[in-house]
Design a binder for this molecule. Sequence first.
Ligand code: HEC
Ligand code: HEC
Length: 217
Amino acid sequence: MGRSVTLVFAAALAAFIAAPALADDIADGEKLYKTKTCMACHGLKGARPIQTYPALAGQNEKYLLTQMQDIKSAKRIASKDPATGHPYTEGMQAVMHLLNDDELKTIAKYLTSLEPGKPKAIDPPPSQDDLAAGLAAFKKLGCVACHGADGKKTNVATYPIIAGLQRDYLVRQMTDMRDGVRVNGQSKLMLGVIKKADDAAIAAIANYISQVDRSAK
Ligand code: HEC
Ligand code: HEC
């Protein structure tokens, strides 16, 4: 067998082995997600969290991993939940000792593989004018440079996809980042831009972005 034939054969074999390995990781990740309490807060298949919590289905894998690591180590913290008086990150941080780094990587693979859910309806529903104002603010402030034209796709794999996240969760993240409560990871990249957003702009953007649908039609 010539050298190039051997190489082609080796590459084909590697691809053959890689596919089932990913399927195994996804199955293992699903098991961890269901048994390590994640589902209680982030919902079935990572797509049905309550209004103030993040959906995880179809999020960028690298972003998911860094955020889980940062919540575990308390590098990422949040403002206080008025219902409990504790930071929103605290309940999750309390369970993160159940998982080691390899398991977090496995869960990230599982969550990335999932189909994003339909946008959660807002009550009362925003008007067309409200949504247009949100889109205008999103463009004017320059969010599109990192989060894409409608928040569905990022140009860097470590950045989060924000389209279709829960409205109230979006408001909190923008506010926490602007006010210096959330400073983990690459947050400071966003600071210059989000500093220019007042509460009204943040509310308008959250209304708009939360209703952008990236579920399978
Ligand atoms: C007690 C509720 C709770 C549990 C249990 C929980 N989480 Fe969370 N999780 C949250 C909340 C709330 C946030 C957002 C915190 C904030 O407001 O900054 C979060 C944030 C995240 C994020 C970052 C999302 C983003 O868009 O930035 C990831 C990833 C995540 N959780 C994964 C998990 C996994 C995996 C598990 C199980 C090992 C888990 N969570 C368990 C409540 C929980
Ligand atoms: C220079 C790039 C950049 C720009 C411009 C930018 N962002 Fe971000 N954004 C990021 C990065 C990076 C993160 C994740 C930070 C981390 O590593 O924790 C983020 C996080 C977020 C999050 C939290 C997502 C989650 O799942 O928790 C929201 C919401 C968000 N950005 C909205 C916006 C909006 C709205 C604008 C415009 C006002 C904007 N961003 C401008 C880079 C940017």
